[in-house]
Design a protein around this ligand. Structure first.
Ligand code: ADP
Ligand code: TYD
Length: 202
């Protein structure tokens, strides 16, 4: 039996991660795989509670340092309660965001906090995905799409366009730094075109 894979989707807000992670999960299920589709922040009851704390309210509600602690706490719970048990039982896990989001959103936007992010990751998480799709796209279009949803969870969208541009560069740098697991996907296309490129990695 092949080892079950841990697959993540990353990218700026509104880039199409939720759409594509759902479609990839459907594709793998149609091939007979047992798939757990999950997301961050969240993916377990405790982590979903932390999600509410970090995604609502004023942009300056939390400092970047406090966010690192909150996102890492939520990830630890998600890992313990959802990801590791699923992989141990042979299921494929697809997560809409994981540690790369903390590396970029908290590590590279409001000062260089990457070292702090990395240290906490080593101490508390210590796991990387087998495969990561980084969906790259124009931040202005992505921001329009994201805000049009009116989800009430727009704390990061509310930082504005230049923040999304910084994020985009952060994700591109990660894709180049980790070619062994990251696949860069052009998100400026139809959902069908993107899904068929991603499906080729099944
Ligand atoms: P994310 O999870 O990255 O925030 P979503 O998958 O939720 O992105 O997509 C954001 C919005 O854009 C949704 O309303 C979705 O239906 C729409 N959308 C997703 N992919 C595309 C695409 N390729 N072209 C146009 N609209 C898209
Ligand atoms: P998500 O629900 O995926 O938002 P979107 O659909 O807009 O992409 O993620 C929620 C927000 O949380 C998103 O703006 C990114 C942010 N985030 C971090 O800042 N750090 C993290 O570690 C994670 C997982 C998410």
């Amino acid at each position: 039996m092949t080892r079950p894979r841990f697959i993540t989707f990353e990218g700026i807000d509104g880039s199409g991660k939720s759409t594509q992670s759902r479609r990839f999960a459907d594709h793998l299920r149609a091939q007979g795989q047992d798939v757990v589709l999950t997301r961050e922040p969240g993916g377990s009851p405790g982590a979903e509670e932390i999600r509410q704390l970090v995604l609502t309210g004023d942009p300056d509600r939390w400092s970047a340092e406090t966010e690192i602690l909150l996102f890492t706490a939520s990830r630890r719970d998600h890992l313990e309660k959802t990801i590791e048990p699923a992989l141990a039982s042979g299921q494929t896990v697809i997560s809409d965001r994981f540690a790369d989001s903390t590396r970029v959103y908290q590590g590279a936007t409001r000062g260089d906090l990457r070292n702090m992010v990395d240290q906490l990751h080593t101490l508390m998480i210590g796991r990387e995905p087998d495969l990561t799709f980084i969906i790259d796209m124009d931040p202005a279009t992505a921001l329009e799409r994201g805000l049009a949803r009116k989800s009430g969870e727009d704390r990061f969208e509310d930082f504005g366009l230049s923040f999304q541009e910084t994020l985009r560069h952060g994700f591109l740098a990660l894709a180049h730094a980790h070619p062994e697991r990251c696949v860069l996907i052009d998100g400026n296309r139809t959902a069908d075109q993107i899904a068929s490129e991603i499906a080729a990695h099944a």
